[in-house]
Design a protein around this ligand. Structure first.
Ligand code: KG4
Ligand code: ZN
Length: 336
C-alpha cells in the first residue's frame, strides 16, 4: 500500500510517500528564515507560509518517489496537536485530495508519528519508552505491545527546545536556538555557570524548564564577565542532564525493551551521547531516528497513517484539527 502523508502542525510544511512501511520520499519546506527575526514561531505567519508551500511540497514528494497521484492508495495528515491555523492547511489539502481521488483518508496524531518514526529505520521492540523533545513538546510516553500509548511525564511549562530557543535569544544567538547553542557550546566549559536541575515535587517524571531560563538570566546579571561559549555549554549541560535524569528514572520505573528519543532537540549531540549511556546502563536498546525523521516531517505521518489504513481505519472528511490531542491516558507512577 502506498500512502501520501502530509504534516503542517507547526512551522514545517512536509509531504512524504511511504510504501508498505518504507520511506520513498520525505520533503520538508522549512520556515526558519521567516520566524528567525522573532526568535520563535509566529502562528499566523506559519499558517500563511504553509499555504504557499503545501502544493509544491506534495508535488515534490510525489516526484522524488517517482510516482503520481494515480499511484497513491491512501492519504494521511496530521490532525493535532499543534497550531490550529497550521494544521488546517495540511489537513484540508489531504482531505481535498482524498475527496477528488476517492481515496481512503486518516488523521494522525503528531506525537504518535514522532514515537513511531524510529520504526522507519529499524524494528523497535515493544514495550518501549519514547522521549519526544522538540520546540513544542517534552514528554515521556510508554508505547505498549498492544499499540496503545500512555503519558508517563511531561514538562509543566516550557518544552526543552523552547528553553534552548529562549536562552539563545537571551545570549544574542540565532534561531533555532538549540542548534546555535550546541555550535557555540563546543568551545565552552559546561561547569562555568552554576544552573539548577529543576524537579517537579511529587511527579518524578514531569519536567520544568522555565525556572532554568530565569536562573540563566539571573546568573548572567551576576556574572557579566562569563564568555558566551561557557554560558551556552552550561545551559546545554543543564537541559541535557535534566532530560537524561528524568529518562533514567522512567526506565527504572517501567519495564521496557527500548528507548526511542525523537523530536528536534534529539539532533543535539551531547543529548544523544548521554542517552546512549542511560540506555546502556539500564539495559535497553536505544533508537534515535535519522535526523530527517527526528524533526517535524511527513514520513512519520505517512508511516503512522499507513499502519492505520492497513488495519482498516478510516476518518470521515469532516475530521477537524485539534490543538490538544492526547495519545493516551496518563500512567500513574507511584512516588518512590
Ligand atoms: O521537532 P522540531 O523541528 O519542531 C518542533 O518544535 O515541533 O524541533 C525544533 C526545536 C527547536 O526548539 C530547536 O531549538 C531545537 O529543536 N533544536 C535543537 C537542536 N537542533 C534543533 N536543540 C538542541 N540541539 C540541537 N542541535
Ligand atoms: Zn514535532
Amino acid at each position: 500500500m502506498i500512502v501520501l502523508g502530509i504534516e503542517s502542525s507547526c512551522d514545517d510544511t512536509g509531504a512524504a510517500v511511504v510504501k508498505d512501511g518504507k520511506e520513498l520520499s520525505n520533503i520538508v519546506a522549512s520556515q526558519d528564515d521567516v520566524h528567525a527575526p522573532f526568535g520563535g514561531i509566529v502562528p499566523e505567519l506559519a499558517a500563511r507560509n504553509h499555504v504557499l508551500h503545501i502544493l509544491p511540497v506534495i508535488e515534490k514528494a510525489l516526484r522524488d518517489a517517482d510516482l503520481t497521484l494515480d499511484d497513491i492508495d491512501g492519504i494521511a495528515a496530521t490532525r493535532g496537536p499543534g497550531l490550529v491555523g497550521s494544521l488546517l492547511v495540511g489537513l484540508c489539502a489531504a482531505k481535498a485530495i482524498a475527496r477528488a481521488r476517492d481515496l481512503p483518508f486518516v488523521g494522525v496524531n503528531h506525537i504518535e508519528g514522532h514515537l513511531l518514526s524510529g520504526e522507519l529505520d529499524a524494528a523497535v521492540p515493544r514495550p518501549f519508552l519514547g522521549l519526544v523533545v522538540s520546540g513544542g513538546h517534552s514528554a515521556l510516553y510508554l508505547a505498549r505491545e498492544d499499540r496503545t500509548f500512555g503519558l508517563l511525564g511531561q514538562t509543566r511549562d516550557d518544552a526543552a527546545g523552547e528553553a534552548f530557543d529562549k536562552a539563545a535569544k537571551l545570549l544574542g544567538l540565532g534561531y533555532p536556538g538549540g542548534r546555535e547553542i550546541q555550535r557555540v557550546a563546543e568551545t565552552g566549559n559546561p561547569q562555568a555557570m552554576r544552573l539548577p536541575r529543576p524537579r517537579v515535587r511529587g511527579a518524578e517524571l514531569d519536567m520544568s524548564f522555565s525556572g532554568l531560563k530565569t536562573a540563566l538570566w539571573q546568573e548572567l546579571e551576576k556574572h557579566p564577565e562569563l564568555d558566551v561559549p561557557d554560558v551556552a555549554a552550561s545551559f546545554q549541560e543543564a537541559v541535557v542532564d535534566t532530560l537524561a535524569k528524568t529518562t533514567r528514572r522512567a526506565l527504572q520505573r517501567v519495564d521496557v525493551k527500548a528507548l526511542v528519543v525523537t523530536g528536534g532537540v534529539s539532533a543535539n549531540t551531547p543529548l544523544r551521547e548521554r542517552m546512549a549511556e542511560v540506555a546502556r546502563d539500564e539495559g535497553v536498546e536505544l533508537h534515535v531516528p535519522a535526523l530527517s525523521r527526528c524533526t517535524d516531517n511527513a514520513a512519520m505521518i505517512a508511516y503512522a497513517g499507513w499502519q492505520k489504513l492497513v488495519r482498516g481505519e478510516r476518518d470521515a472528511l469532516d475530521l477537524n484539527a485539534v490543538a490538544t490531542l492526547p495519545i493516551g491516558p496518563r500512567v500513574e507512577i507511584p512516588v518512590s
